[in-house]
Design a protein around this ligand. Sequence first.
Ligand SMILES: Nc1ncnc2c1ncn2[C@@H]1O[C@H](COP(=O)(O)OP(=O)(O)O)[C@@H](O)[C@H]1O
Ligand SMILES: [Mg+2]
Length: 255
Amino acid sequence: MATLEIRDLHVSVETENGTKEILKGVDLTVKQGETHAIMGPNGSGKSTLAYSVAGHPKYTVTSGTVTLDGEDVLAMTVDERARAGMFLAMQYPVEVPGVSVSNFLRTSATAIRGEAPKLRTWVKEVRTAMETLQMDPAFAERNVNEGFSGGEKKRHEILQMELLKPKIAILDETDSGLDVDALRQVSEGVNRVRETGEVGTLLITHYTRILRYITPDFVHVFANGRIAESGGPELADKLETEGYEAYTTKGGASA
Ligand SMILES: Nc1ncnc2c1ncn2[C@@H]1O[C@H](COP(=O)(O)OP(=O)(O)O)[C@@H](O)[C@H]1O
Ligand SMILES: [Mg+2]
């Protein structure tokens, strides 16, 4: 079983006012088959964690380690991370003008599987996955994320995850901006992938709403650039009633 290990991760970005440390010692272990929810207030560094693990060039790792089965993830290029089985669904997915969803998916699958999927089975695979996500087949011919609604962007992310079958998936606010139907479809997609037992999921969210559809094995409260508390699903219930205040007031993680 694949294991992602994040140890004492410190990450900075360059801003107009100099270097700013955002992650201040993150420790987290995610194993294939497990679902972890990372919950925290806006600005606490959740997306920075996702981007840093995925290899976004804007984020500089100043100390700490990230390994996948003992392999140094931080030494890998973004492509190598994907081939190693890591997947990131971004909070704000980017447009890829001139590239259709169908081409994008096939190119990604080819890169990750090491060979082009056989056309006939592939077309069927994509069609089935799209049907399950209740996506219009015409969607496959549209340019990636161009003019997509919030819900379409998120469903497209889940479609990628279902087809690419990562070992570790990081879903950054996949729930934000979704209406109830889209939230349910997206959650069902995450649960389907989860039931295979072959993906470790890091579900990053600000709201407890998605946790009505997806029950995490572990819940972590993220505040001030680090994990302030970890627990089971009951921790999400506590956050639902008490909010994040106890974690964000001066002195921080003393809840
Ligand atoms: N590229 C960047 N340049 C400058 N500041 C950034 C950048 N990315 C994130 N930050 C800052 O780091 C903090 C954490 O941001 P982020 O990781 O997006 O938090 P979250 O996802 O928890 O809302 C915020 O104060 C944000 O403004
Ligand atoms: Mg964010």
